[in-house]
Design a protein around this ligand. Sequence first.
Ligand SMILES: Cc1cc2nc3c(=O)[nH]c(=O)nc-3n(C[C@H](O)[C@H](O)[C@H](O)COP(=O)(O)OP(=O)(O)OC[C@H]3O[C@@H](n4cnc5c(N)ncnc54)[C@H](O)[C@@H]3O)c2cc1C
Length: 304
Amino acid sequence: MLDDRSLKKIKEISSKYKSKVYFDHSLKSHTTIMVGGSALLWHEPVSLEELREMREFLEHTGIAVFVIGNGSNVLIPDEGVNRAVVSLSNKNFRGVSSCGLKLTAGAGAKLSEIISYCSENSLSGFEGMVGIPATLGGALRINASHKCAISDYLESVKLLLKNGKVESVGKKDIKFGYRYSSIDKGAVIVEAVFSLGKDRPAVIKERAREYFTEKLAKQPLEKNTLGCVFKNFSDGKRSSGELIDKAGLKGAAFGDAYVSEKHANFIVNRKCANAKDVINLIKHVREKVEEKFAVKLETEIEII
Ligand SMILES: Cc1cc2nc3c(=O)[nH]c(=O)nc-3n(C[C@H](O)[C@H](O)[C@H](O)COP(=O)(O)OP(=O)(O)OC[C@H]3O[C@@H](n4cnc5c(N)ncnc54)[C@H](O)[C@@H]3O)c2cc1C
C-alpha cells in the first residue's frame, strides 16, 4: 500500500514529465504467458531524467523497482507484486539508428523491430535472434541467444546505475555466458551499441525467414508461453526438453497450464491458467525428471 504522501509525489513526478503511471495495475497482459496479478505501480517514464527521479524517490521510500521488458521470461504470482514495475515502452527508449555498421538501439526496442531495421539497412547479424519475443534490455540481461547470442555483436551498453549515474560499459568489461550476463542487477539497461556486418536486404530477410521457419517447426511460438522453462545442460549431450519428453510428460497439465506437445520444455497457457497452475506443473515436471533420471532441472524463467 502506498501512503498519501507517496501517491502525491509519484503523481507529481509523472505529471511534470507527462508520463503514464497506473496504480494496482494488472501485469497479465504484459507477459507472453498471460498470467499473474497486479503491480503496486506501473510506470512508463518518458526520459532518462524521469526514470532516474522516479526510481530515486521510490527506492528512498522503500518501494522496490522491477524493470520489465516484454515479459517473455518472467512469471508473475497470482497475488501480484509489491513493487513498482517500470516499462521502457515509451518511444524515447525504443529508438533504433545506425552510422555505417554501428547500430544504436534503445533498451525498450523489440528485437523484431531491430531486425526489421537491420534488414532494411543492409546490416547483418541481428537476424540470428529472430523469433525471440524480447526487448533489447531483457535480451541483454540474460544474454538471450538463438542462432547467435545478443552479446556476439555487442560493443557497449549504457546503464543507469543504482547511484543515479549513467555509465557506458564496454563489452570487455561484462561477462556473458549461457543465459547469463554480469550486468549489475541494480542497473537499468538504457541503450546498447552493436557492430554489425553488411549484406543485401533480400539475403538478410531470407536468412531471417529460414531461421524463423526452423524455430516455428520446433517450438509453439503461436501460443502463450515463456519460451523454455528450464535451462539446458552445459555438457550439451542432452536437453531438458528431451528428458521431459522421455519422462512421458508431454501434455501433462495443472488447470489450464500444460506441457507442450510440440516442445516439452515449453509450458502453454491454454486459456485461463493462473500462476499457481504453472508453478505446480513446474514442480511436477522437476520431480518426475529427477525420479527418472536423477537430474535436477534448473528454471530459465524468472519467478518474481
Ligand atoms: C515463444 C518464445 C520463444 C523464446 N525463444 C528464446 C530463444 O530462442 N532464446 C532465448 O534466449 N530466449 C528465448 N525466449 C525467452 C525470452 O524471450 C528471453 O529470456 C528474453 O531475453 C526476455 O526478454 P524480455 O524483454 O521479455 O524480458 P522480461 O522477461 O520482461 O525480463 C527478463 C529479465 O530482464 C530484466 N530486464 C528487462 N529489461 C531490462 C532493462 N531495460 N534493464 C535491466 N533489466 C531488464 C528484467 O528485470 C528481468 O530480470 C523465448 C520466449 C518465448 C515466449
